[in-house]
Design a protein around this ligand. Sequence first.
Ligand code: FMN
Length: 173
Amino acid sequence: MQDFLSLAKDRYSCRRLEGGEINPETLEKILEAGRCAPTAHNKQPFRIWAVRSPEALEKLAAAAPFPFVGSVSCILVIGSSPAEAWVRPFDGKNFADVDATIVATQMMLAIHDLGLRTTWVGHFNADQVKAAFPEMIPFNLIAMFPVGYPAEDARPSVKHPDRKPREETVKEL
Ligand SMILES: Cc1cc2nc3c(=O)[nH]c(=O)nc-3n(C[C@H](O)[C@H](O)[C@H](O)COP(=O)(O)O)c2cc1C
């Protein structure tokens, strides 16, 4: 693994993906990176669906308006379960989405570190996905990761290096 800051800066949303088979050991490492994530009170209120059958992949691709979602042999779907999550007693805040987001982020970085590429896809029709996969109904579907190999012409988008000025997002008190 490269040093962490280099990995974090090197990662980009790759929208030109090619769908070769993903080695099962590589997929296991990605899933492990998600499973070992910290969660509030260690409640682990998440599910990861590793979608690999052609029929299931087609159903997922139909729910997202991006051609690259349909170009891969594996899509990871991440859901959070408010019913299983820790709730902060002071204000009733449910941490399910926070926990699932950490899981998703660790997998996103692992995918890049292992030489594969992805984009966090949040823009999809969650009701359509749940209609196709009823076991997902109780979950908040927070991410789809189409996992593939970068096409030869894959590049970061022009928006990739565009970050707000440090003084706008980092405050010292
Ligand atoms: C929660 C979340 C949802 C996103 N949803 C989409 C999406 O539906 N489609 C897409 O093409 N990119 C999506 N992205 C990728 C962002 O557009 C991208 O991260 C941002 O423009 C910065 O570019 P970079 O990832 O290359 O650094 C999403 C990212 C996040 C974190």
